[in-house]
Design a protein around this ligand. Structure first.
Ligand SMILES: *[C@@H]1O[C@H](CO)[C@@H](O)[C@H](O)[C@H]1NC(C)=O
Ligand SMILES: *[C@@H]1O[C@H](CO)[C@@H](O)[C@H](O)[C@H]1NC(C)=O
Ligand SMILES: *[C@@H]1O[C@H](CO)[C@@H](O)[C@H](O)[C@H]1NC(C)=O
Ligand SMILES: *[C@@H]1O[C@H](CO)[C@@H](O)[C@H](O)[C@H]1NC(C)=O
Ligand SMILES: *[C@@H]1O[C@H](CO)[C@@H](O)[C@H](O)[C@H]1NC(C)=O
Length: 440
């Protein structure tokens, strides 16, 4: 048996080669006889009989250089007015699309079928365009984005440039916040499946103020050293399921932010990256609430962290009702982490408040680690409570440090490897967490 990672890589390689051969053949034929490869380009929109809105029929050049945004918008707007419409981005074509917003609400059950490749502009665009993110869906409901196509953010043109640097072509500084490749805002009952998203300038797939979201069988990839390229980012969203997907990037594979509840992530292959995390929460004394999060049947390899909760000092609100179960880690630096002292500078001042963390379980976490199996750093004023670590079996693959806990109250239902003696039993004296009554 091949190790799974290598096996996957060879399949990907073969697929890439196959697709290159295919595109090659297509271009050559195209040169000889102009219509051979663009059969569907000639297809007229068949309004009477069909509910398929092919972007080629709306004037997309599909050469990978010409801006096809107008065609995409026109196809979307037409489809939006029809029930069960399909916007088709056909296979074997490459479409350059500028920052774009697909606005809803639409008639029910719209499908955005991505079979071809959509590429971002080759140079950074400015916030002044009014659009920071690249492809956005706003206020859509009952929409499905699917297909075996590719969304390529061509992020390398952003990664190299330090924030606020004056670039040659632009007279304004580069924004510190870089675009998300695919963002959903204010939407519900959204399904995203099968597609591949790669090399986003920053976050790959983001849901903001959404509910009833299902993400499955997606592939997300960017280099391990690409800055802040989160895989999937959730914010102010409820009832979200992310499953059967492969995510490798330069930051968190899945990042769960404030305002999220009823989140389930499972059967995810994560790495490289920074693992699966809740937070960071409570920055700049903000209030943050996250509850009812389940992460299970996840494999994390070659990552800095495994499963993690991170909060800033000085915030308020809570994280509660989180369970991490059946997590496999391979060569992960710190597989289990709670950090209530999160700080992206060298030193952050300790504060008297913090985001309360309670009722968190880490069960059946197995595999190998390279630095510290467990790091639980809870604040002096706001200790973590009801923390359960059971069935932990982690083997060191390098010179490692002992597990660490600070102000962490909870128990271990079963012996752990490495042994964990730093959990405090019971509840913190005189520190009844009043805040858990808080509403967000
Ligand atoms: C959610 O969307 C799917 C298809 O996109 C549709 O079949 C279903 O009826 C929708 N459900 C609700 C509650 O809107
Ligand atoms: C997953 O997506 C790929 C395309 O990226 C597709 O070929 C495959 O059939 C999908 N698998 C399932 C189980 O839907
Ligand atoms: C927790 O979230 C799940 C969905 O992930 C939902 O089915 C369940 O009802 C929620 N539980 C509570 C107590 O809200
Ligand atoms: C703790 O969280 C779990 C979900 O992980 C939930 O089912 C349970 O009811 C919570 N317990 C308490 C006491 O809130
Ligand atoms: C903050 O508090 C922690 C825990 O008591 C301590 O280890 C750390 O040194 C303090 N940091 C600062 C900047 O005072």
């Amino acid at each position: 048996m091949f190790p799974p990672a290598r096996f996957n890589k060879s399949i990907v390689l073969v697929l890439i080669l196959l697709s290159l051969i295919h595109v090659e053949g297509c271009t050559r034929r195209n040169k000889r006889k102009s219509h051979d490869c663009s059969g569907s380009a000639a297809r007229a929109p068949d309004y009477g009989y069909s509910n398929i809105f092919d972007v080629l029929a709306y004037g997309a050049k599909a050469d990978g250089f010409t801006d096809d945004s107008k065609a995409f918008l026109a196809a979307w707007q037409a489809a939006c007015r029809v029930e069960s419409a399909v916007v088709e981005v056909p296979a074997e074509f490459r479409f350059l699309v500028n920052p774009i917003v697909f606005m809803g609400p639409c008639k029910e059950n719209i499908i955005f079928q991505i079979d071809g490749t959509i590429v971002a502009p080759m140079k950074p665009w400015m916030r002044s365009s009014g659009l920071l993110d690249w492809i956005q869906f706003k206020r859509v409901q009952g929409a499905t984005i699917q297909g075996n196509g590719l969304i390529d953010g061509r992020g390398s043109v952003w990664w190299g440039s330090p924030d606020y640097q004056l670039t040659r072509k632009h007279t304004k500084p580069m924004p510190a916040i870089k675009p998300t490749a695919l963002r959903f805002y204010g939407s519900y009952n959204v399904t995203v499946r099968d597609i591949t998203i790669q090399n986003s300038p920053q976050c790959h797939l983001k849901f903001d103020s959404c509910s009833s979201v299902d993400v499955s069988n997606v592939t997300i990839s960017s280099p391990a050293n690409s800055p802040n390229t989160d895989g999937i980012h959730l914010q102010n969203s409820q009832d979200v399921e992310i499953h059967h997907s492969t995510i490798g990037c330069g930051d968190d594979c899945v990042s769960i932010q404030t305002g999220c509840r009823d989140i389930r992530a499972h059967h995810i292959n994560c790495g490289p990256g920074h693992g699966i995390s809740i937070g960071s929460l409570g920055k700049d004394k903000t209030k943050a609430c996250v509850s009812n999060v389940t992460v299970h049947d996840v494999s994390i390899q070659d990552a800095l962290f495994g499963v993690r909760i991170k909060t800033w000092q000085g915030g308020s609100g809570f994280v509660r009702g989180v369970s991490f179960g059946n997590i496999e880690v391979w060569n992960v630096k710190i597989p289990i982490m709670i950090d209530q002292f999160y700080c992206d500078k060298r030193v952050c001042r300790n504060q008297t408040s913090g985001v309360a963390i309670s009722n968190i379980s880490f069960i059946e976490i197995r595999g190998t680690y390279a630095y510290k199996a467990v790091h639980l750093a809870c604040s002096d004023t706001m200790p973590c409570t009801d923390i359960d670590l059971s069935d932990i079996e982690l083997q060191a693959v390098a010179r490692v440090q002992n597990p660490f806990c600070w102000n962490t109250y909870g128990q271990s239902q079963a012996p752990t490897l490495p042994p964990l003696s730093c959990l405090q039993s019971g509840r913190p004296y005189n520190k009844a967490p009043l805040h858990t009554q808080d509403k967000c």
